[in-house]
Design a protein. Structure first.
Length: 367
């Protein structure tokens, strides 16, 4: 038991909905780690997995845990109330979904996903800011998650939708499908404190949004991606991408991810960066960088390095002959205070020192 107490990374309890033995979704309460509550589960429930895994639990076990905390500490009260709600839950009769309560134990967050329940728990860990992108492995999640029709009647198997629609019409009810996908919308599972999400369909569960982040209607944030704090997101933040404080991803801008397309380079954008409208990057940006509107920088693109006087320089900042200052953009990945622009006369892509650092409108991020 001592080994489990030392190595438990996170513990979660949630409502699981299933159909035909397929997990449709799991809604987890806030993950627990290193708390008396998580330790109590380990001590009082011998059937808890000793490696990444989950079990179905009943109300009697939950009541036993609650009794263990007759004198709960202040920081535990909110979670105890959640456990009381779980303990008092009674599944609805004649429901399309079968609902039960699952307990998820995660010891190694870097292991690949082995179940839909684990996938949902890791997604919740990210969205609760319990973990940052790349703190948990989402490898294998697509294979474990069920493709679901998300509706006002809960998650449905797509093949059942035609019959459910007719049944609903006959009862005088409507069936509204928001999307068909393996990932639900974040806002239907958790609302991070201090954020604005103007269009809920644009942020997947598993997005990590820092306090002060605003996602505008054209913005999009995938799972295992997000922001560390104040950020304006009007473009696409792909899976695996993490952006720093006071950074602006302009309208229509795109940051290359690693889910598809053959890109294996994990991209990050540091603080005080600006991606102009309809720009894009396939390299990382260090602090204080700007990419002009409409310019897409791929890793293999040839970039000419110049100083503030537009004189050719090498990577060390020394002046060199014209032509000796041309490098693949990947060589500049992660460098700070750089301005990427296109010469309107020659079409050359230039990289020069950036002396104008952006400042976000603070009133827009007082969320």
């Amino acid at each position: 038991m001592e080994k489990q107490l030392d190595t438990l990374w996170a513990l979660g309890i949630g409502f699981r909905r299933r159909r035909c033995q397929l997990t449709l979704d799991v809604t987890f309460a806030e993950p627990q780690k290193g708390t008396r509550i998580s330790n109590a589960f380990l001590e009082l429930y011998p059937d808890l997995p000793s490696q990444n895994g989950f079990v179905s639990v009943n109300s009697e076990l939950l009541k036993k845990i609650i009794r263990h905390f007759v004198q709960a500490e202040e920081g535990e009260l909110s979670f105890i109330r959640v456990l009381e709600q779980f303990a008092g839950y009674r599944p609805p009769k004649d429901s399309y979904q079968e609902t039960d309560i699952v307990l998820m134990a995660l010891y190694d967050p870097k292991q690949s996903v082995e179940s839909a329940e684990e996938a949902y728990f890791k997604l919740h860990c990210l969205s609760y800011r319990f973990a940052k992108p790349h703190d948990v492995s989402m490898d294998g999640a697509f294979d474990k998650l069920t493709n679901v029709a998300w509706s006002n009647q809960g998650p449905l198997l797509p093949e059942d939708v035609p019959q459910i629609r007719w049944d609903s019409l006959c009862r005088g009810e409507s069936l509204q499908i928001t999307h068909v996908d393996k990932f639900p919308y974040l806002v239907n599972y958790h609302l991070p404190e201090g954020v604005r999400i103007v269009s809920g369909s644009q942020v997947r569960l598993g997005a990590h949004l820092g306090h002060g982040t605003t996602v505008m209607p054209a913005g999009y944030v995938n799972f295992n991606a997000g922001s560390s704090g104040n950020a304006m997101i009007e473009g696409r933040v792909s899976a695996g991408v993490f952006i720093g404080d006071d950074t602006d991803i302009g309208g229509g801008a795109s940051i290359m991810g690693t889910l598809s397309g053959g890109n294996e380079h994990v991209i990050s954008v540091a603080e005080n960066c600006l991606l102009g409208a309809n720009s894009g990057i396939g390299i990382s940006l260090g602090k204080g960088c700007t990419v002009e509107a409409g310019l897409y920088i791929t890793a293999g693109m040839k970039v000419s390095l110049v100083d503030e006087e537009n004189q050719a320089i090498n990577l060390e900042g020394e002046r060199v002959e014209e032509g000796q200052n041309v490098f693949k953009a990947m060589k500049l990945s992660g460098r700070e205070y750089r301005l990427f622009i296109r010469d309107s006369r020659t079409g050359q892509i230039l990289c020069k020192p950036n002396r104008k650092i952006i400042e976000l409108n603070k009133s827009l991020h007082a969320n």
